[in-house]
Design a protein around this ligand. Structure first.
Ligand code: SAM
Length: 457
């Protein structure tokens, strides 16, 4: 790779010494590509027998696989059925380190496009909730689309600054992921275009932002809770330097050594003249593992006192009676009633995760699962309901096989002909939900969302 910034190369030479030739040599290789199976929708063994890809396990991530150079998983209908998420293999490590368990209250503070939020949701197994936050207005839309396709129910999405969230959620979350914005040096091999936005002063400037984000995250963690700080960059200023600063400013936090992660190198305290504790952090080097450059550290807050409890969303803002249009749809078209707490905003009906706190005053993209729209006395089911429902929970389905012309035409947005029946139907690919259609007069009207329609050839 010839376009690596000179100042970056010089600094890496200085840091790595005799290891440098090995490091720089790997920039001539191709980056490794990975996907993570969506265990909310399919068991890993079933996916392995179904998927037409050359898959090899990523050792540090359950359900993570490298795929072959010839594979094009982003163009396969299973991608649109949300059976997997395409994710760089090293990027699978931080959410694993976070140690999420079912029932946890989790915050993903810098979440878009959503790979790690999806990993967290898979670990929650539908119990507890995830607050997935992204500050950027266009990136938060992509985050929403990804989590919808993957069929995650117990997630609320906000577009907020860390400071405004911290004002609401003091000492609250069991787990927080801070996958911080960074100078992106670890991605130079995969995304050479990132070299052009890098400058010698960028790591220092990014570290100021990272410290501010981490400070607010610390306020939101419950006593005894854990958070992961991660970046995809090599610069010590943004990695050991930020964690060293954080530990000095927050004596109620300590670094946790998770011995499962034997594949990775450790943090290097000497690079920042920092505490020897920094050796409990992890460095993922592209010349030592099959993945790009990353850094991560697991931090625990001392267990003094209890966690803060907040009023629940559904108690404050839930509706006590379901709209009749929705009840009619459920009786007519669903075999399983979506139970729980509901909320209406304008013409949109949402299912609310039971343990979700009130989000009043925050900019909320969605407070839970968007069930659908109530319009002119009718209920129009939402894409999120289709993607989070298995075929057994819907009364009528039309099944296409993954290599059929029909599945391609459905994803492109065409109306299809030659079908009997009437009313709402779940369209599936090899039995896995793709979206809604509506049958009438021998035709299948296409309800695949307009913004998601694709030509997959
Ligand atoms: N965790 C994501 C994933 O796995 O898909 C990737 C996150 S990316 C490394 C960092 C994110 O932080 C970006 O989406 C960026 O918009 C967001 N960000 C930038 N400045 C921020 C700030 N001041 N506070 C919070 N998030 C910020």
């Amino acid at each position: 790779m010839s376009n690596l910034p000179e100042a970056f190369v010089d600094r890496m030479k200085g840091l790595l010494g005799p290891e440098y030739p090995q490091f720089i040599g790997c920039f001539n290789g191709t980056p490794h590509q990975g996907l993570r199976v969506n265990t909310l929708k399919i068991v890993i063994e079933d996916f392995l027998s179904l998927a037409p890809f050359e898959l090899k396990p990523v050792p540090w991530a359950e359900g993570g696989f490298y795929y072959g150079d010839e594979d094009r998983p982003g163009k396969h209908p299973y991608y649109y059925a949300g059976l997997y998420y395409i994710q760089e293999p090293s990027a699978m490590a931080p959410a694993e380190l976070l140690g999420v368990r079912p029932g946890h209250k989790v915050l993903d503070l810098c979440a878009a496009p959503g790979g790690k939020s999806f990993q967290i949701a898979a670990r929650l197994k539908g119990e507890g909730f995830l607050l997935s936050n992204e500050i950027d207005g266009s990136r938060v839309i992509v985050l929403g689309e990804n989590l919808e396709r993957l069929g995650v129910r117990n997630v609320a999405i906000t577009q907020e600054t860390p400071g405004r969230l911290a004002a609401v959620f003091k000492n609250y979350f069991d787990r927080i992921l801070v996958d911080a914005p960074c100078s992106g040096e670890g991605m130079f091999r995969k995304r050479p275009d990132m070299c052009s936005v890098w400058s010698y002063t960028l790591p220092d400037r990014m570290s100021v932002r990272q410290k501010s984000i981490l400070k607010h995250a610390a306020e939101m963690l419950a006593p005894g809770g854990r958070m992961v700080y991660s970046t995809c960059t090599f610069s010590p200023e943004e990695n050991e330097g930020v964690v060293d600063w954080f530990l000095k400013e927050h004596p109620d936090f300590s670094l946790v050594d998770d011995v499962r992660f034997t594949w990775f190198d450790r943090g290097v305290p000497e690079w920042v003249g920092g505490s020897p504790e920094l050796a409990k952090a992890y460095r993922l080097w592209p010349h030592k593992i099959k993945g790009e450059g990353h850094f991560m550290a697991l931090l625990e807050k001392r267990a003094d006192g209890g966690a803060n409890s907040l009023p629940l969303f559904h108690k404050r803002r839930g509706i006590s009676k379901l709209p009749v249009e929705y009840e009619f749809f459920m009786k007519e078209y669903m075999n399983e009633f979506v139970e729980g707490h509901f909320y209406v905003h304008k013409d949109q009906l949402y299912w609310i995760p039971p343990s979700l706190p009130d989000l009043s005053g925050l900019k909320v993209l969605r407070p839970g699962l968007r069930l659908g729209t109530i319009k002119k006395g009718r209920f129009i089911p939402g894409h999120a309901l289709a993607m989070s429902s298995g075929k057994e929970s819907v009364a009528q389905t039309i099944e296409f096989s993954s290599d059929s012309k029909e599945v391609m035409r459905y994803l492109e947005g065409f109306t299809l002909t030659g079908f009997d029946g009437k009313g709402w139907v779940l369209v599936t690919v090899d039995g896995y939900s793709l979206g809604w259609g509506k049958l009438a007069d021998g035709m299948l009207k296409n309800y695949y969302p307009k913004g998601l329609r694709r030509v997959l050839t």
